[in-house]
Design a protein around this ligand. Sequence first.
Ligand code: MRU
Length: 348
Amino acid sequence: MNDLPLQPLRWMGDAATGRLLLVDQTRLPHELVELSCADAATLHEAIRALRVRGAPSIGMAAAHGLVLALQSARQLDLAAFRTELAACAAALVGTRPTAVNLHWAVRTVAEAAQGSSAATCHEAMHAAACKIETDQQARSAAMAAAGTALLAHGERILTICNAGPLAAGGLGSALGVVLLAAQRGLAPTVWACETRPLLQGARLTAFEMSRAGIPVTVLADSAAAQLMARGLVSRVLVGADRIARNGDTANKIGTYALALAAAAHGLPFHVVAPLSTCDPDIPDRRGIPVEERAAEEVLHFQGLPVAASGAAAINPAFDITPAHLITSFITERGVVAPAGLAALLATR
Ligand code: MRU
């Protein structure tokens, strides 16, 4: 294992000729290696295949990806550049449907394309993409500070999927709270749901926590309610992929079951997410698109079949937790109950 810093991505070079380096998250925990994206097609594949994943990281990758896609358009006249920009933006937002950060980041970078020539527009887009990345690190730090203030010493935190540095940059979202709490001597421990079918919890959360020296225990997703019943969980912290205006929250499949179990056991259930994960255009759960991934991911594991031949599989990548099951949202602007989210969004 090499000692690359745990940042999900970095841009190398200038706007005109640079490229995007991504930690290939599908290779973890066995190898920490970067994938070089020098063209839009490589980046599209990386997003679809979850080489880069986690809503804020997908947003950062897409922001730089739009710059990458327009490198060959810098010599065009402005009208042709704008036509190309619209086509490249549409292709990028089609790569994954649920994580709204992708749409937000592409829109933000596209809107930054102001200038008297294609090249100056492109330079402005590059500056906007870099700003999204640095802002995200500040957001992660602010979420971690707000969340840590809620924790007592020795909390046993249950989480699902991966909402750490790889998923969100900086300290991460849900796991950023844990990382900062550990730095402040609060000695948290983590229960990591393995997160079938792609094992982001077992592979990535366990990797990030172990690397930081935080005790982490992986469990089968179906064991979570039993751990709560035994009094082994103090609270649940999860990330988010898209949050509707009323607080209904899309996150990795299995999150809704955790929220139901937490409510049944009287445990706090927090969603940790930047406001860029909120979608003020969607009033509630009914508007959130849920990605359906290939049946193959459920029926096979690392190329080997795990189900009887002839069986079909259903593979929704996300579920939606209704707002009434959520104790609070931990954002870069502080902690807010679901009822207060719309007001906070109005000032975004
Ligand atoms: O399919 P993924 O791995 O991109 O899904 C990501 C998640 O659902 C994470 O749980 C996370 O909470 C959102 S990103 C911090």
